[in-house]
Each structure stands twice: as C-alpha cells, then as structure tokens.
Design a protein around this ligand. Structure first.
Ligand SMILES: Nc1ncnc2c1ncn2[C@@H]1O[C@H](COP(=O)(O)OP(=O)(O)OP(=O)(O)O)[C@@H](O)[C@H]1O
Length: 278
C-alpha cells in the first residue's frame, strides 16, 4: 500500500483578491497530477522554474499559500496514524500529521529557522512536542540530533546567523527528522548552497534517508542531482506531468521532447565542466 497517493491533483489560484492583498487571476498552476510513493522508496519531481514543483510539495503538506486551492486527492497513509485525505482536511487533522507522516526541508534553511532563537532550542521544540522529552533527556536528544547531521554540540548555542549556510541546512534537516517522519520532502534542499557544500549535504541526506528507511520526495530542477538520489522521476512542465519512469529510462530513453531537452542540457553542462577541469 502506498504511503502517499496523489491522484488528479489540480492547484489553481482564486479569482480576485485574497486577505494578504494579492490579486489572482484564476490560473491553473498544477493540472491533473498523479503519482504515488511506497514506504521506503524515492521519487524525484523535476522541471524548470515555475513548473509547479514547490506547489505540489506544499499541497502534500496541506500548506498551500493563501489564494490557492487544491482539488483531486492527496492521501497520506502512515502506519499508526489515521489515513488522511489532505485535500480539504482541517488544520487540526494536518497538525497531527505534519512532522510525523511527512516533514519538509526547504531550499532556504532560514525559512525554517527562527533568527532570534538558539539552534538547540529550535531542534528541541519538535522533540519536546512530539516525543514528550524534557530536561536531561531532551538535551541528550538535541545532541544526538546534531550528531546525526554531523554537527558539533556547540552549534546548539549558536543563533542561525552565526553558522554557515550548509550548517543551517543541516539544522533544518535535523529538525525535519526529529519526529521520525515516514516521508521526507526535500524541496531543492541544496540549491542555495555552494557547490562543495551541496554534495556534502546531499550525501548526508541520502545516507539518513537510507538508514531510517524513510520515503523521499525530492524536488529539483537539476536532473543530475535528482538521478543521483531517487529511483523514479516525474517530469513536470507547466504544471503537467509530461513523463514519468525509472531514473535509467528517463536518462537513457527519454520519450517526451521536454525530457530529452533536460537530459541534453544536463549532458551539455557535464561535458563543458569536464573540458574546464582538463
Ligand atoms: N503564492 C503564489 N501566488 C501566485 N502564484 C504563485 C504563488 N506561488 C507560486 N506561484 C506560481 O505558480 C507557478 C508554479 O510555482 P512553483 O513555485 O510551484 O514552481 P517551481 O517548479 O517550484 O519553481 P521554482 O523552482 O522556481 O520554485 C509559477 O507560475 C509561480 O509563479
């Protein structure tokens, strides 16, 4: 049975003005998208900027911005938790699921971190809330969480601006993993980092997902990165899935012209890089 079943997901903006003052013109941004993820498996969602990847990830968490509506179905079915239809779910139902059924790591770690709070307290918060830890046990758990993302314990006393971008993303990963989610959603988790740090953080994420047998929904515009960490890929273009399949098939026998272009530009970049290195 699938952990996540997305069927006919359509995301549109409302027509008119929302409470945050933005006007929307009733556009469909993601159209009739379907995919599923079984426990412990990995799916990549790939497409160029604006293709609807982030909105899809947010819809899975029930976190669409104001002015947007989802229709279709997004079912999270995690052992030990109530099977939930996320589309149309109440905030109360979703709060119980977030963190435990699914957790998300965003591109920019600062979106997940409070600039005024020490890192240790931020990691402690989900551990205290979800696992009921207190006192010395909580401090130990924070230390362990930092250790798992290969950060020294002293990072707990730092504020987010006192550590590097790569360290901040490790902290965001530690927070996402604190409630032991069945599904980790990583939305361009390394795009904002320097190239050398990117590969370290990616290797860390890859290892943690394997160790914990988590399922992974990995969102990226970078085919090389997606093919390195996932088994299957859905290719999005203008909010529609144009192709899906195993990583090997997508890389070696892409069917849709858009996918062929993605593969060709990834190859082009690779050979250009090889030329510069030589
Ligand atoms: N809050 C919003 N209000 C109105 N339109 C939005 C909002 N967020 C995203 N969009 C629009 O929805 C479309 C899909 O955006 P989305 O962020 O999902 O794309 P993406 O594939 O993740 O791209 P990127 O990698 O650049 O984030 C884009 O056309 C974008 O302009």
């Amino acid at each position: 049975m699938s952990l996540l079943d997305v069927t006919g997901l359509t995301i549109s903006t409302h027509d008119g003005r929302t409470r945050d003052g933005r006007t929307h013109d009733g556009r469909t941004l993601v159209s009739d998208l379907s995919f599923s993820i079984d426990p412990g498996t990995r799916l990549g969602l790939i497409g160029e900027s604006g293709s609807g990847k982030s909105l899809t990830a947010l819809a899975v968490m029930g976190l669409l911005p104001p002015g947007m509506t989802a229709s279709g179905s997004v079912v999270l079915d995690v052992p030990g938790l109530p099977r939930t239809e996320v589309v149309g779910a109440t905030e109360k139902q979703l709060v119980g699921l977030r963190g435990r059924a699914a957790a998300v790591v965003f591109q920019e770690p600062l979106t997940a971190l409070d600039p005024l709070m020490r890192v240790g307290r931020q990691i402690a918060e989900p551990l205290r809330r979800r696992q009921g830890l207190r006192g010395a046990a909580l401090r130990r758990a924070v230390g362990d969480a930092l250790d798992q993302v290969r950060l020294p314990e002293r990072v707990a006393r730092a504020h987010p601006h006192e550590i590097s971008g790569g360290q901040r993303q490790r902290v965001a990963i530690a927070m996402a993993l604190a409630c032991e989610p069945a599904l980790l959603i990583a939305d361009e988790p390394t795009t904002a980092l320097d190239v050398t740090v990117q590969s370290e953080v990616l290797a860390l994420l890859d290892g943690l997902v394997s160790e914990r047998g988590m399922a992974l929904l990995f969102v990226s515009h970078d085919l090389a990165v997606v093919s390195g960490v996932t088994d299957r890929v859905v290719v999005l273009k203008d909010g529609e899935a144009v192709e899906s399949g195993g990583v090997d098939q997508i890389l070696h026998a892409p069917r849709h012209p858009y996918t062929r272009n993605l593969v060709a530009s990834a190859r082009h970049l690779e050979s250009a890089l090889e030329r510069t290195i030589r």
